[in-house]
Write a protein that binds this ligand. Structure first.
Ligand SMILES: Nc1ncnc2c1ncn2[C@@H]1O[C@H](COP(=O)(O)OP(=O)(O)OP(=O)(O)O)[C@@H](O)[C@H]1O
Ligand SMILES: [Mg+2]
Length: 503
């Protein structure tokens, strides 16, 4: 049998006296993709951060081609040929594609960056990946999928032989995912060693060869993909999970409007969008990447300027106009982009959860926060959502990706606004937690809260929505009932397929 190219041998790591990894060993082979799976907080990113030189193990060693290899820093890792495509992309938005690809290795001549050279080389590597992005474009003008390609190109240009992907597809559109899988296959043909972290279990069957599952910082199993099915993997990850079989609520008669959006316009982004949201419903906003879903909810919450339009919210039994920058009092926003507009990373879990509920947590004189109440609330929500923390004082930035996502949900559940906007509420959370979050969303609706939901996963939006609005190129093109078929949804979202709608 051939030898592993990479071996991690009995790695242990503690944070504040708690084991995050315990005696974990891993083997990876050339020309193969190894899926690294596990529930939120299982230790996947930590293990890979050790390989990437970001963290140092307390115990254990790394072997490359059977030789013990010290990885003291990210620079060491790069020299050894370890390339990391991170969970949260780390590109520089104001710089060009070529500049980002060469960011850590600018070739300089007489104090000037050799622009032509980096552009040419960037073109070459992108071509090797089978895609053509204008290398002069600024990163901020790229789609999520193209940004990720730039990350991959950046790693390839450094001659990485081991490629680590940490949840690479969580922000990709369907067609971008397909392109990405092709790239993985071609990297395998180039004999690269691939380690692939994902919560989308279906993906691993098409691209991975072996699976290693971590559970609470220990290896729960290492298996060939062909010897497993979806259910086996879930069981290895989290034990048996129960599914919620409750049917969707029947459409209610005499429904009560809680939100009316009229004629929202913003040049090139929103073309006169209007709709109503009713009490106790989950309204799914469905559309492809770039259809305007995120832009619409950002506009409702006053995060972007509008050219015109009106938002009315039911306050004291009547719909009343509310300025977009004031809607946050009634509308809780759970975003997909936890890094940019959600969390306060240096602050504690307790503070991050209670921040939305502060007015109700003040002491009698309204000057101080009632810390007892604050603590109680955060602890309750941490328990309810099963957020993996060492304590509510742990700083938000040190939580695993999925647990950060749950914390944003906890924040708004604590405040209980009448309306929730949820933009990819389960992005990055594991199957068990996803199930929990789905139950919570259904329960919120049953209790009379109204939810505007965005999800790029068609199964998720179909499972939860009582009604759909299909968006395309900044317009609402169709309203569909909750029992519509997958085909209908796909058809309406893609109809008149064009560049903007898919890019
Ligand atoms: N600097 C730190 N201080 C304290 N705890 C930490 C630190 N970094 C990570 N942890 C803890 O280590 C555990 C493992 O985290 P890790 O990020 O490896 O999980 P993960 O498997 O990648 O999860 P996810 O799927 O949610 O991304 C988590 O419980 C996290 O809170
Ligand atoms: Mg992680």
């Amino acid at each position: 049998m051939n030898q592993p190219y990479l071996e991690m041998d009995s790695i242990s790591k503690q944070f504040s006296g708690i084991y995050v990894l315990k005696n974990v060993s891993l083997k990876a082979f050339e020309g193969e993709a190894l899926a690294l799976l596990g529930a939120n907080g299982a230790g996947k990113s930590t293990l890979m951060n050790i390989l990437g030189g970001v963290l140092h193990p307390d115990e254990g060693r790394v072997l490359i081609k059977q030789k013990v290899t010290e990885i003291r820093s990210t620079i060491d890792a790069e020299k050894i040929g370890i390339g990391f495509i991170h969970q949260e992309l780390a590109l520089c938005p104001s710089m060009s594609v070529a500049e980002n690809i060469f960011i850590s290795r600018f070739p300089i001549k007489n104090g000037v960056i050799k622009k032509k050279f980096i552009e040419q080389k960037s073109n070459e590597v992108l071509k090797r990946l089978g895609c053509s992005i204008d290398v002069k474009k600024k990163i901020r003008d790229l789609s999520a999928g193209d940004k990720q390609l730039v990350e991959i190109a950046r790693v390839l240009i450094s001659n990485a032989h081991i490629l680590i992907f940490d949840e690479p597809t969580s922000s990709l559109a369907i067609n971008e995912k397909e392109r990405f899988f092709k790239i993985i296959s071609s990297l395998k043909r180039e004999n690269k060693v691939i380690i692939y972290i994902t919560h989308f279990l279906d993906e691993i069957f098409s691209i991975c060869d072996k699976v290693q599952v971590l559970r609470n910082g220990e290896t729960a199993g290492i298996v060939n993909v062909h010897d497993l099915n979806h259910h086996d993997i879930v069981t290895l990850m989290v034990g048996e999970i129960e599914t919620d079989t409750a049917q969707k609520a029947a459409p209610v008669q005499n429904r009560e409007k809680v939100l009316r959006v009229s004629d929202l316009k913003r040049l090139d982004v929103l073309n006169s969008m209007s709709f109503d949201l009713y009490k106790g419903e989950v309204l799914g906003l469905w559309g492809l990447m770039g259809s305007g879903r995120t832009e619409l909810i950002r506009a409702i919450r006053g995060l972007d300027e509008l050219d015109s339009g009106q938002i009315e919210i039911k306050i004291d039994k009547e719909l009343r106009p509310v300025a977009p920058d004031k809607t946050k009092k009634w509308i809780g926003l759970i975003t997909e982009n936890r890094r940019e507009d959600g969390l306060f990373l240096p602050l504690s879990v307790r503070e991050n959860i209670s921040v939305a509920s502060l007015p109700s947590l003040l002491t009698g004189n309204k000057f101080f926060v009632n810390t007892k109440k604050e603590e109680k609330l955060s602890k309750e929500l941490v328990r309810m959502l099963d957020i993996k923390v060492t304590g509510i004082q742990q700083s938000a930035g040190t939580l695993s990706g999925g647990n950060q996502q749950k914390m944003i949900l906890a924040r708004w559940l604590g405040k209980k606004p009448p309306i929730f906007i949820m933009d990819e509420p389960t992005r990055g959370v594991d199957v068990g937690a996803k199930n929990e979050i789905h139950k919570i969303i259904k329960n919120l609706a049953r209790k009379g809260f109204s939810i505007l939901l965005i999800s790029s996963e068609i199964e998720e939006i179909m499972e939860l929505s009582d009604r759909y609005l299909v968006l395309r190129r900044g317009s609402i093109v169709k309203e569909l009932p909750g029992n519509s078929s997958k085909n209908e949804l796909m058809l309406w979202a893609a109809k008149g397929k064009n560049k903007e709608a898919t890019g």
